[in-house]
Write a protein that binds this ligand. Structure first.
Ligand code: SF4
Length: 224
């Protein structure tokens, strides 16, 4: 890892709001709200090990660290779940006998209403795929499992690889530029903030300016 190695998790923070990304990465601010806790509980359940098993057809493993240290990416992260499905045309996997097709499964609490998946979720999983392909010398498939509808959605990386690769490289370049400035950017125009757990850090509630209190304090009175 280098100083510029990026955690895949932070790509979504940046896409949601560059200011939020900088508050987390530059200021090390952190706060939880209901959305954060709900997602954390789902991931804790997946990462508890109960999702890891092997049968005659596949080996399923949760909580696997992956990375890609090629200079154009230089990223790492933890996958929710990786399924190694036996396949004669697959790759050899360290610790397993035979050859396997690699399938990444990312867990999300809630499916979007109007689209099969969110683009921000897809780019996170694409970054995991870039790592998985590098580590296991494979062309992995990728899915998002939505907990509320109990269904998995296949991501279109076989047909739209170039689009997602360009998007990922562009985002990583922007993130590194922002980190190199070591600064917190202003709120983006049109930024949606509902659901952001960092709003208290982002907009500290300052006491309103009061002429009465200034005059009283000049007279030596105690201001509550
Ligand atoms: S409150 Fe809004 S502007 Fe501030 S970090 Fe969160 S999303 Fe970004």
């Amino acid at each position: 890892m280098t100083d510029s190695t990026i955690n895949i998790r932070s790509i979504q923070h940046y896409m949601y709001c560059p200011r939020r990304f900088a508050l987390l990465e530059v200021n090390s601010d952190w706060a939880e709200n209901a959305f954060v806790v709900k997602a954390n509980l789902l991931h804790e359940n997946v990462h508890s090990g109960t999702h890891s098993f092997s049968d005659s057809r596949k080996a399923v493993r949760s909580d696997i660290a992956v990375y890609n240290d090629m200079p154009e990416y230089d990223i790492f992260g933890i996958t929710d779940c990786v399924e190694f499905v036996k396949s004669n045309s697959g790759s050899e996997i360290c610790g397993l006998d035979g050859k396997y097709k690699v399938c990444i499964v990312e867990y999300k609490p809630k499916a979007p209403k109007d689209t099969p998946f969110r683009e921000t979720d897809a780019i996170q999983v694409f970054a995991q795929k870039i790592c998985a392909d590098y580590v296991w010398h494979c062309g992995s498939e990728a899915y998002i499992y939505y907990d509320d509808i109990r269904r998995r959605v296949k991501l279109p990386f076989d047909t739209e690889y170039e689009k997602y690769d360009k998007m990922l490289k562009g985002l990583l370049a922007e993130m590194r530029l922002l980190l190199s400035k070591n600064d917190i950017p202003p709120r983006r125009k049109g930024q949606k903030c509902s659901g952001c757990s960092l709003s208290d850090y982002c907009f500290p509630k300052e006491k309103k300016y009061s002429v009465r209190e200034i005059i009283l304090s000049q007279k030596g009175a105690e201001i509550p």
